[in-house]
Design a protein around this ligand. Structure first.
Ligand code: ARG
Ligand code: ASP
Length: 753
């Protein structure tokens, strides 16, 4: 529908409508809490001051929160650097230490001594030392009008480099600067990055991944989604690469753990590193996600997952090789399905259109300056999205379908070598590049089954060829369709591809690389997988990317202007910036919800529910014998509540991907749980938040403690933590030292009730 028509149609109905950030929505910047949120948080039950959450001068909660690896959050729970995160966040590390004989995915892993804590090369834990508004420095000398987005970006990046470098000169810290409010503001983050992070403990997948993909993104939930690591530092307590001589890190703060549990209405705070949200997207952006990207990506992953699942079930080797890959593909496949349902339910596109109508009215009713700044903004956005549409779709098919075939992906990683060969670089240069490629290649084949991947290719390549707008398909692929016509054409081609390519196993790939290093460049260029990958990727670079980038750059510029406009239009509203993998605070309260007519969900689950879901014939719902035994003997220690052990609870915190592993903290600053997911009806919250139906799902610390202590017998780890039980005492005044309570626990010999 065109904008003018919409304006007329909706204007009347909407005179009273003003979009507001509703309670509980928001991913707040820790350094602005005092100014924006402190009063509201305290009204809702926070007993601390904003300074106790974030301060650069004294130890505060932020000193117990880390970004775990690139995509999760973790929290420090002991004075010896003990770290908690999700099982699904430590999953690839647990997998890497596993083999068919020593299968920690299936059996779990518990280090009973420090020596047994396992190093994980490449894994990092990042603390935020401080953050700072550096907008004026970053935008210094950057024209505000009549500048191409790409040129603006160059100027901005140059400033960013300079400012970030200066910020950490002469220290062991690192720094980065990120755009906020779509580039209207910039913040500097100074970080301390630890590199020796060891695996301490993980429950078996039958606990840590209980419910599997069936229960993923859903409530009620019974997953014991946690794992434990420890940060090691050099003898000076500073980051150091792995060394036997490193020692457990001493943090500035570690979170005490509350055994008191939660009740509806209780204040909750989630402190972590949310990855990406798009709350200020326009109707055209939502429409693109809803009708173009999500359906295409869902379709491709649907096909891939069916094939992986069948092969994983048929072979233990394939199951272990593909466990982490499967989980991550399935995760967003399901998320997008839920997201689209949620967007439809909320009528998101219409609501966005309504906001745009009010915005346009505000523009039209303003002075000349306002009209000049925003007058044609929305029609321009519409045009840009229309221009981008086919290219967005083509890009989705390249990344999901073409590169979703692992043979194409690994061949693609060698395309730079092929290009070096073609441009006739000196032999020594080529040999160095080959050596570099070799390491990545070896790693890749560890978790590769050519037979499985061939089936994936047979399904995905035709999807790629038919889903991509024809004009954006490489000639090479169009010719393949002609060369191999008919129903079985693709399957004939794929069979030949996997027969002929030397990239289907590590041995033959290494042999191929050896030949290349010796100067036989043809060997690489003749490989059919390399040919296919280069055709797809070079076409992507020349036919898709330029237009796609021009359009999305333009959208970025317009979106920045739109967000600036919205902030002017609604000066009374507190705006939070979209998530961008930086440290944020979300606060809300424990709350049940009613997703549909006649349905109401309670706010917590417990161990009894695990037993109800138990199904020995379904690998997703297998319950370990030891857990059943503890249940039958009610051997719960001090982790019990109303005769069972609480497992998970829900609250109204605004969270997103990257918040997994985040500490969920009560009003006194104590850990009450580990965030790990959202509910099915709330998966659209990255685009539109609705406090009535969006819930974050938290693992109750008492289940974690119960599993570590009673199930795993790793009580030494519990003893390392600071447990507090506040049910029997008034809330300590903010800042006062929290009373350490020695929890009384039963011995682990079972007593039958
Ligand atoms: N949905 C959660 C998040 O986005 C957890 C995913 C891990 N679990 C799984 N069954 N794949 O990361
Ligand atoms: N499970 C997500 C994560 O890994 C959290 C979410 O998307 O709610 O970060």
């Amino acid at each position: 529908m065109n904008l003018r028509f919409r304006l007329a149609a909706l204007a009347l109905a909407l005179l009273s409508f003003l979009p507001q950030a509703r309670a509980d929505e928001g991913l707040w910047l820790p350094l602005l809490l005092k100014q924006l949120n402190e009063a509201d948080m305290q009204k809702k039950g926070l007993k601390l001051t904003a300074d106790q959450i974030y301060s650069i001068n004294q130890g505060s909660l932020k000193d117990a929160v880390v970004q775990f690896g690139g995509g999760c959050t973790g929290e420090i729970v002991s004075s010896q650097g003990l770290l908690l995160t999700n099982h699904h966040c430590g999953y690839s590390q647990i997998q890497q230490h596993s083999s068919v004989e020593n299968d920690y995915l299936t059996k779990g892993y518990w280090a009973m001594t420090r020596e047994q804590e396992l190093p994980n090369p490449g894994l990092t834990a990042t603390f935020i030392v401080k953050m700072e508004d550096v907008t004026s420095q970053v935008l210094a000398g950057v024209p505000t009008a009549n500048v191409q987005e790409a040129d603006r970006e160059k100027l901005v990046q140059a400033n960013i480099q300079r400012v970030a470098q200066a910020a950490v000169q002469g220290t062991h810290y690192q720094a980065f600067i990120r755009p906020f409010y779509n580039g209207n503001e910039y913040y500097l983050f100074v970080t301390e990055v630890f590199q020796d992070i060891r695996l301490v403990g993980a429950p078996p997948s039958s606990i840590g991944k209980f419910g599997g993909d069936t229960d993923n993104w859903a409530w009620p939930r019974h997953t014991g989604d946690f794992s434990m690591f420890r940060i090691y530092a050099g003898p000076d307590n500073k980051p150091a690469p792995y060394s036997k001589d490193n020692v457990p890190f001493t943090p500035r703060h570690h979170l005490p753990i509350s055994l008191a549990g939660v009740q509806p209405g209780d204040f909750t705070l989630v402190f972590g590193f949310p990855g990406r949200t798009n709350e200020y997207l326009t109707s055209w952006g939502v429409e693109e996600t809803y009708s173009v990207s999500n359906p295409a990506k869902i379709k491709v992953r649907d096909a891939k997952l069916k094939i992986l699942a069948a092969d994983m079930q048929a072979s233990d080797k394939v199951r272990i090789q593909y466990a982490a890959k499967y989980a991550s593909i399935a995760n967003y496949w399901k998320k997008w399905i839920g997201e689209n349902r949620g967007l439809k339910k909320l009528d998101a596109v219409t609501r966005k259109q309504q906001q745009e109508v009010t915005f346009q009215q505000w523009v039209n009713s303003g002075d000349e300056a306002r009209k000049a700044a925003y007058g044609t903004l929305l029609p321009q956005l519409e045009r840009s999205y229309t221009a981008a549409r086919d290219y967005t779709l083509a890009r989705d098919y390249v990344t999901e379908a073409a590169l979703g075939v692992e043979l194409v992906a690994v061949a693609n990683s060698l395309v730079p070598l092929a290009e070096m060969v073609q441009s006739k670089v000196p032999a020594t240069e080529l040999a160095t590049a080959v050596d570099k490629a070799r390491a990545g290649v070896i790693n890749f084949y560890r978790n590769y089954s050519a037979a499985t991947d061939q089936k994936v290719a047979t399904a995905l390549l035709p999807l790629y060829a038919t889903g991509t707008p024809t004009t954006l398909l490489p000639t090479y692929v169009k010719n393949l369709s002609k060369q191999y016509p008919g129903q079985n054409g693709w399957s004939t081609y794929v069979t030949q591809l996997y027969d002929k390519s030397r990239l289907t196993s590590n041995e033959s790939a290494q042999a191929l690389l050896n030949e290349v290093a010796k100067g036989n460049a043809r060997a690489l260029l003749d490989d059919p997988a390399v040919q296919l990958a280069s055709a797809i990727v070079s076409n992507y670079r020349t036919a898709i990317l330029p237009t796609y980038t021009a359009a999305t750059d333009n959208i970025a510029l317009l979106q920045r202007t739109y967000v600036a406009g919205l902030r002017q239009q609604q000066p009374e509203r507190k705006f939070y910036p979209d998530a961008n993998s930086t440290l944020r605070v979300a606060y809300g309260q424990v709350q049940p919800y009613a997703p549909a007519d006649g349905v109401k969900y309670d706010f917590y689950t417990n161990l009894d529910g695990i037993m109800e879901k138990a199904d020995p014939t379904n690998p997703e719902f297998e319950v370990p014998a030891r857990l059943t035994e503890l249940y039958q003997t009610k051997n719960y220690g001090s982790y019990a509540y109303k005769g069972s052990v609480p497992v998970a609870f829900i609250a109204t915190n605004h969270t997103t991907g990257g918040n997994s592993g985040s500490p969920v903290i009560n009003g006194r600053g104590e850990l009450i749980g580990i965030n790990f997911d959202r509910n099915w009806e709330g998966t659209m919250s990255d685009i539109m938040f609705d406090p009535d139906r969006v819930r974050n799902i938290t693992l109750d610390v008492r289940y974690m403690l119960f599993v570590v202590d009673k199930f795993a017998g790793a009580k030494h780890l519990v003893n390392e933590m600071t447990l507090v039980s506040s049910s029997d005492q008034a809330a300590p005044e903010a800042g006062k030292k929290i009373k350490k309570v020695k929890a009384k626990r039963q011995s682990s010999t079972a007593t039958v009730r």
